[in-house]
Write a protein that binds this ligand. Structure first.
Ligand code: SF4
Length: 250
C-alpha cells in the first residue's frame, strides 16, 4: 500500500484538467507567425519540401506544411512557430497563414452545418480510416482517448464499426488501394454524418501530393467538415478542433 502511494505521489497527476487550456513544451511547433522582415522570399520558398510557402503574398499553407521547421531554422527572424496547438478550421482557405498575421486559428461557427451541433454536441462517435497513413497520426489519435487527454470527457470516442459512427476521420494521403474501402466505410455510416481530415497527408496529400499511387477523388467530391493540420496531429489539436466544431463550452 505504502509503495503504491509512493508511486502515485512520484507520478503526480496523470490527466490534463482542461485540454482547451493546456500548455505544451516550447519545442512544439504550432501556429506559425511570419514577420514583415525583408528576406529573399524565393530562397525561403525553396527550402520547403511540400511547397507550403507561397511568395505572393508571403504565406504558409498549414494544409501542406509538415511542420519540419526548416523555414524557421534558416530564416529565424522571418518564420516563428508558436506553441499554439489550436489549428483546426472548417474552410480550407483558412489554413493559409499570411505574413504579419498573429490571429488565432478558429472554426467559423457560421459555416458549421446546423445538424452537427444539434445532434452531436453531447455525443460524437467516430470511425477512423487510415487511408495510406504512416501510423503517426493514427498513434496520436489513439492517445486522444488515454488517461492524459481523455477525449471521452466530451462524449467524443472512436468506435469499431462505421454503423455505430456519426462521422469518419481520415488519415493518410488516400492511396489508390484505400479509395474503395474508404468509400465503403463512409457509405456504411448513417446520415447525417461528418467528415474530418486529420493531418497534412489527408488534407493535401503532403509529401505524396504528386504521387500516381494516390486517389483523392473521395476528398474532392465530398464536403469536408473539419481540417485538422499537423504532421502528425497532436492530441490537443485534434480534441480542440472537434470541441470547436461541436461548439462545446468546457
Ligand atoms: S515547416 Fe512547413 S512551411 Fe516550413 S519548410 Fe517545413 S513544411 Fe515548409
Amino acid at each position: 500500500m505504502l509503495t503504491t502511494l509512493k508511486i502515485l505521489y512520484h507520478q503526480g497527476k496523470q490527466f490534463i484538467p482542461d485540454p482547451t487550456k493546456a500548455k505544451v513544451p516550447g519545442i512544439f511547433r504550432g501556429r506559425p507567425e511570419i514577420s514583415n522582415e525583408e528576406v529573399d522570399i524565393k530562397a525561403l520558398a525553396d527550402v520547403c519540401p511540400t511547397n507550403a510557402i507561397m511568395t505572393s503574398p508571403v504565406s504558409i499553407d498549414l494544409g501542406r506544411c509538415t511542420f519540419c521547421g526548416e523555414c524557421s531554422r534558416l530564416f529565424p527572424n522571418k518564420v516563428k512557430f508558436t506553441t499554439d496547438y489550436k489549428l483546426s478550421v472548417n474552410k480550407r482557405d483558412a489554413l493559409i497563414i499570411s505574413e504579419g498575421s498573429v490571429n488565432k486559428i478558429t472554426v467559423d461557427p457560421d459555416l458549421v452545418r446546423n445538424e452537427i451541433r444539434k445532434l452531436f454536441s453531447g455525443s460524437l462517435k467516430l470511425r477512423q480510416v487510415s487511408a495510406g497513413g504512416d501510423n503517426s497520426t493514427e498513434l496520436e489519435l489513439n492517445a486522444c482517448g488515454n488517461v492524459n487527454f481523455d477525449m471521452g470527457r466530451y462524449g467524443i470516442e472512436f468506435v469499431a464499426s462505421p454503423r455505430h459512427a456519426d462521422g469518419i476521420v481520415i488519415t493518410g494521403p488516400v492511396s489508390k488501394n484505400m479509395a474503395a474501402p474508404l468509400q465503403i466505410t463512409y457509405d456504411a455510416i448513417p446520415t447525417p454524418k461528418i467528415i474530418i481530415l486529420a493531418g497534412t497527408d489527408a488534407i493535401s496529400g503532403g509529401i505524396f501530393a504528386d504521387s500516381p499511387a494516390i486517389d483523392r477523388s473521395f476528398i474532392e467530391n465530398n464536403h469536408i467538415d473539419l481540417f485538422i493540420p499537423g504532421n502528425p496531429v497532436h492530441p490537443l489539436t485534434f480534441i480542440n478542433g472537434i470541441v470547436d466544431l461541436l461548439g462545446i463550452t468546457p
